[in-house]
Design a protein around this ligand. Structure first.
Ligand code: ATP
Length: 230
């Protein structure tokens, strides 16, 4: 369980000081698939970055199993991110001079996971494991970045617009894959997206506006990537 309590985040100083998170309180259940929706600039990515430990909070708490990451020092935070968290972004951030196998191995090596090749297989790229990122399509590169994130065996996977750079058919395929892997491996998943239709796939949906949560609801029967409109 992740407990987020009265979280505040500011950017800038003086007259240009901007409160981007205005007291967010939220619980994320283990194994939940949570989608965060909201207009551009509402604070979705900032919330994701703060609760995943990529950015610091200015006030409030983010507790993983009762441990508040906001009071961790740099060393503790690095260890926490390494051991507990996986990230997938709209840009794939693959290393261009490493092939698929080596890109995924990079994630696996952080936690000494010897079984990372099963993930390359799970994302359907076993036959392309010797290819370099520039030899792959966008959807294939995103699948590599998902395999790399999961090779760390994270307890929570944070995704920021993972289908933002993909066409509809590829986006559906990537979402379907992520959801199947979540069911199989049992991690918690929090995804930021502009695409309101994707919210129908989630267990829990958060809607943000001007740095606050305006709406939160559960889907009793989440849809699959092939059942939603796009
Ligand atoms: N590093 C930063 N420095 C200053 N302001 C920032 C920084 N990052 C974000 N902001 C501001 O914080 C606000 C929220 O940004 P954020 O990226 O969290 O919104 P978002 O809802 O994810 O938007 P989008 O959907 O367009 O990605 C915006 O007004 C943005 O300009």
């Amino acid at each position: 369980m992740i407990h987020i309590k009265n979280l505040h985040k500011f950017y800038g100083t003086g007259d240009s000081r901007n409160e981007v998170l205005k007291g967010i309180t939220l619980d994320i259940r283990d194994r939940d698939f949570m989608v965060i929706l909201g207009a551009s600039g509402s604070g979705k990515s900032t919330l994701l970055n703060v609760i995943s430990g990529l950015e610091s909070a200015d006030a409030g708490e983010v507790c993983y199993n009762s441990k508040n990451i906001c009071s961790m020092n740099d060393k503790e935070m690095t260890l926490f991110r390494k051991n507990a968290i996986g990230y997938v972004f709209q840009q794939y951030f693959l290393l261009p001079n490493l092939n698929v196998d080596k890109n995924v191995k990079m994630g696996a090596d952080l936690v000494k996971n010897k079984d990372y090749r099963s993930l390359i297989e799970a994302v359907g790229l076993a036959d392309k494991s010797k290819k370099y990122p520039h030899e792959l399509s966008g959807g294939e590169q995103q699948r590599v970045s998902i395999a790399r994130a999961l090779a760390k065996q994270p307890k929570v996977l944070y995704l920021d617009e993972p289908t933002g750079a993909l066409d509809e058919a590829t986006g559906r395929m990537v979402l379907d894959l992520i959801c199947k892997l979540q069911k199989k491996l049992g991690f918690t998943m929090v995804m930021v997206t502009h695409n309101q239709n994707i919210a129908e796939m989630a267990d829990t949906v958060i809607s943000m506006n001007s740095g606050k949560i305006r709406k939160q609801y559960q889907n009793d029967t989440p849809k699959s990537a092939y059942q939603i409109a796009w």
